[in-house]
Design a protein around this ligand. Structure first.
Ligand SMILES: Cc1cc2nc3c(=O)[nH]c(=O)nc-3n(C[C@H](O)[C@H](O)[C@H](O)COP(=O)(O)O)c2cc1C
Length: 154
């Protein structure tokens, strides 16, 4: 297995989860932003791609959206696993998942159904303290499941 973590973050919540996954798998993390040169990322060597985004108005972040739209793949030899941080707003998690799924499927890429999401602090005091230590532990558990690794005993 050769995984990679690709994520976008504005306030740092999604980055916390991304770095937890990266540490669990001892793999590379790529942070994307509006200025990223996407053409430099080669997917040929990666068979499991963790995609992380924060939720903005029921969609992936603008950076993640433009990244997903610009991606080019030579083959379909990989799976994607989505993680997101959000504020718990309505069905914006489902809408975000579906948007990512459609964008990837349009490029013949497969998104795994099992998505990790956790709350992330947002305006004012809302969701303060998240992601917390339990969120991070859950993220690690999910990561091992996605990577078909056995549970680690504590
Ligand atoms: C402009 C804006 C729009 C947002 N829209 C949503 C939303 O539609 N649904 C939701 O649950 N959270 C929403 N949030 C909350 C963020 O998704 C949440 O705080 C997230 O953890 C931020 O991640 P980050 O720290 O990695 O940038 C929004 C936040 C901002 C700043």
């Amino acid at each position: 297995m050769n995984p990679v973590v690709i994520y976008s973050t504005k306030g740092g919540n999604t980055e916390k989860i991304a770095l937890e996954i990266t540490q669990e798998l001892n793999c590379k993390a790529i942070k994307i932003s509006g200025e990223s040169d996407f053409s430099k990322i080669s997917f040929k060597d990666f068979d499991l791609v963790f995609i992380g985004t924060w939720v903005r108005g029921g969609e992936p972040s603008p950076d993640m959206l433009s990244f997903l739209k610009q991606l080019n793949f030579e083959d379909s030899n990989r799976q994607f696993a989505l993680f997101m941080t959000w504020a718990g707003g309505g069905k914006s998690d489902v809408l975000t998942f579906n948007r990512v799924k459609h964008l990837l499927e349009a490029k013949n890429q497969r998104l795994l159904d099992d998505c990790y999401k956790c709350l992330g602090k947002t305006f004012g005091l809302a969701r303060r303290g998240h992601p917390d230590t339990q969120d991070l532990a859950e993220a690690r558990k999910w990561t091992r499941k996605m990577a078909y690794l056995p549970e680690k005993s504590l």
